[in-house]
Design a protein around this ligand. Structure first.
Ligand code: SN0
Length: 316
């Protein structure tokens, strides 16, 4: 595997899931695979789970791991081709990515969308330039449009918790938030569920439809109760509008999931990628209740990352 930026980079999804579950059971089996190899993790935005789980995944494989908070510790990066750099940017991504490529065997990069210009964000300019100029395998640690390590961990979690022999009903349910949030996690989850053996439903208020390329094949409804009927898994997530790009269109009154709302479900397990705003996105009663899978999802982040890094190390 030369890059891991979306589900489309995975040729055999089932096998990757199996591999991650195998690593969960045997985390140190390949502890020599990454000997004398360097994993560089570059962050342009905050992170807790992605940083720690990907670092741990690299270490489990015997890699040296270096982390840089490029937004705080690096020079201000220029990404425009042909820019006359007489302003606030100090270093062009052409040199920055190329230099990191010299130091690292695999690079992970996190860069959120700016949520100002849809075309710019959805072109994934920063990620594409990193791939081009670093010349090294790139793992997305959440890009402008997707969060593929999260989605792989989510798929592992569903696989571990589903009833054997039953095709589960999985619902992605929009949740309220206080500020504009990227579509990445929702896009990515939808894209992965589209490839998984599940019945997939997305529910959100008017104006929150995801881009067609992500929601294709899903049942979409603005009636949350209807969506929750018979659900086995409910994935809770806020995102800002794609059509009115980056806007918050509603305060989302009534959309926060509660046990009462879940009564129509099939005793659904509840998922969230974290960080979660308690009692805005999700109620305490659910997060602290027996059906929450949020900590197991976070735990599975390590093995999702480890499976991806293992494949990249083996490809060399
Ligand atoms: C990010 C998102 O894409 O939803 C990262 C999730 C892994 N989440 C946020 O930016 C939350 C920020 C907040 O203020 O709650």
């Amino acid at each position: 595997m030369k890059k891991y930026t979306s589900v489309h980079d995975v040729a055999d999804l089932d096998q990757l899931v199996e591999e991650a579950l195998h690593l969960k059971a045997n985390p140190y089996k390949y502890k020599n695979l990454g000997e004398n190899k360097t994993l560089g993790l570059i962050f342009l935005n905050p992170s807790l789970r992605t940083r720690l789980s990907t670092q741990k995944a690299g270490q489990n494989l015997g890699m040296n791991v270096i982390v840089m908070n490029l937004d705080k510790e690096g020079w201000a990066l220029e990404t425009q081709q042909g820019a006359i750099m007489n302003g606030s940017t100090v270093e062009h991504i052409k040199e920055a990515a190329a230099v990191m490529g010299e130091y690292c065997d695999i690079i992970g990069i996190r860069s959120f969308p700016k949520l100002q210009n849809r075309e710019e964000d959805y072109n994934e300019e920063l990620l594409q330039q990193f791939i081009q100029y670093s010349k090294k395998p790139i793992v997305s640690l959440e890009s402008a449009t997707r969060h593929p390590l999260q989605s792989l961990a989510d798929l592992l979690t569903i696989k571990e918790n589903k009833v054997e022999g039953k095709r589960p009903k999985v619902v992605l349910s929009w949740a309220p938030h206080i500020k504009p949030i990227p579509q990445c996690v929702a896009n990515s989850f939808a894209e992965w569920m589209g490839q998984a053996d599940v019945d997939f439903v997305i529910t959100h208020p008017e104006g929150y439809g995801l881009a067609d390329e992500f929601s294709a094949g899903a049942t979409v409804t603005t009636n949350q109760q209807e969506a929750l009927e018979g659900a086995d898994f409910v994935y809770v997530k806020n995102w800002s509008s794609y059509t009115n790009y980056g806007q918050v269109l509603t305060d989302g009154e009534g959309w926060m999931l509660t046990n009462e709302r879940l009564q129509v479900s099939n005793n659904a397990k509840v998922m969230h990628c974290l960080p979660v705003r308690r009692n805005v996105e999700l109620s305490d009663e659910i997060l602290d209740g027996p059906n929450s899978l949020v900590l197991e999802q976070a735990n599975n982040r390590t093995y999702a990352a480890q499976a991806v890094l293992k494949r990249m190390l083996e490809a060399k």
